[in-house]
Design a protein around this ligand. Structure first.
Ligand code: PLP
Length: 393
């Protein structure tokens, strides 16, 4: 079946108890167990049923089946946030003395997890430009256990060749390639089909789509997901709440509709911004001026997405003028909502990097990140135009 049908129907449950078309929210912490033998079995076998909502719940399980189907994975695990998914996906494969390779442009808190938290537990790391497969190959060590790639990358939208990195990962025994595919959503890209071992999403973003819930998900092989569930999520405790899972699932039904509009609007906004006198550069995979990333995006994605970054003339002051002058677009962190959002990556999403680290990877002081929503694109362009024209150079 076509993706547009699958995104609506995959894994959907019509409640067998009442016939309710939309499945209920199982808002319960625990489950009544029929007898002692079953109590023991359900507590010890993660996939046999439900015993306590930290180990799994029917509402979250429905969300997990949907994601597994859309990502072509054997299994999936819902988590409390995208960061919980990233922590568990990587930490379940890393330990003292092991080595992690990750991209030089990734979500700010992922960067902090890898540079400030994991080293505390003896994990070594190397930061590389994952868009250069040769650099990844050179960074490999005998103790490398995880390669972590974000593509498209937050915030500069660099595209990494997932298939090329998978080949490097799998040339060595026991290396897991984890891809953060949040910016693409399962609608535009399937990393597992390109050779990745695991895909993670911040479900807070495009999957939910309406900014009403936090959530995350990991998808991959059954054995890997089982281990992520038990003991990792069971003991980290960063479980997805049933109500949040339910809200994300309602949002996911319109993922296809929204992504089509996000892509269409973002392409027009990017082309407009590229021609504006107060813009120096637009980072968007759909623009031919994005060079090798544009070519790679055409090859590995089904569309270019709704995210872009923009270098504004006048540095941080110019960026501030635009962010404070837009009227339809909201100054807010986060992304992937049906409404457009704008933020300043250097001081908001990526403030944990030093200025030197940021500038080296093209996160410049006058850069804003734009999450292009589903409003009428002419209104968005007019809003950006009036805001950009307020800059005094
Ligand atoms: C937002 C985001 C995250 C973190 O997700 P949360 O749900 O906020 O924890 C991770 N990766 C990317 C690319 C993101 O945009």
């Amino acid at each position: 079946m076509d993706l547009n049908t699958r995104v609506i129907h995959e894994g959907q449950v019509h409640d067998p108890a009442t016939g309710s078309h939309v499945s209920p929210i199982y808002q319960t912490s625990t489950y009544v167990l029929p007898n002692f033998k079953e109590a023991v079995r359900l507590n010890q076998d993660v996939n046999a049923g439900f015993s306590y909502s930290r180990f799994g719940s029917p509402t979250v399980a429905e969300f997990e089946r949907k994601i597994a189907a859309l990502e072509g994975a054997e299994a999936a695990l819902g988590t409390a946030s995208g960061l919980a998914a990233i922590s568990i996906a990587t930490m379940s494969k890393l330990g003292a003395g092991s080595h992690l390779i990750f991209g030089d442009v990734i979500y700010g808190c992922s960067f902090t997890l890898f540079t400030q938290i994991l080293p505390h537990y003896g994990v070594e790391y190397t930061i590389v430009d994952t868009t250069d497969p040769e650099a990844v190959k050179k960074a490999m060590r005998p103790n490398t256990k995880v390669i972590y790639v974000e593509t498209p990358a937050n915030p500069t939208l660099k595209i990494t060749d997932i298939a090329a990195i998978a080949e490097i990962a799998h040339a060595q025994k026991d290396v897991t390639l984890v891809v953060d595919s949040t910016f693409a959503s399962p609608y535009l890209q399937n990393p597992l089909a390109l050779g990745a071992d695991a895909v993670v999403h911040s479900a807070t973003k495009y999957l939910c789509g309406h900014g009403t819930a936090l959530g995350g998900v990991i998808a991959g092989k059954q054995a890997y997901i089982d281990r992520c569930r038990m003991p990792f999520i069971q003991c980290f405790g960063s479980v997805l709440d049933p109500f949040a899972a339910w809200q994300i699932m309602q949002g996911m039904k319109s993922l296809g509709l929204r992504m089509e509009r996000h892509c269409e609007n973002a392409q027009k906004v990017a082309e407009f911004l590229e021609g504006h006198k107060n813009v120096t550069k637009v980072y968007y995979p759909g623009l031919p001026s994005f060079g090798k990333y544009h070519e790679l995006a055409k090859k590995q994605m089904r569309g270019f997405g709704g995210m872009m970054s923009v270098d504004i003339k006048g540095g941080q002051d110019g960026a501030a003028t635009v962010m404070e002058s837009v009227e339809i677009i909201s100054l807010a962190t986060s992304l992937g909502n049906i409404d457009s959002l704008i933020q300043h990556s250097p001081s908001m999403s990526h403030f944990d990097m030093t200025p030197e680290e940021r500038h080296a990877v093209e996160i410049f002081d006058g850069q804003v990140r734009l999450s292009v929503g589903c409003e009428c694109v002419d209104d968005l362009i007019a809003d950006l135009d009036q805001a950009l024209n307020k800059i005094k150079l």
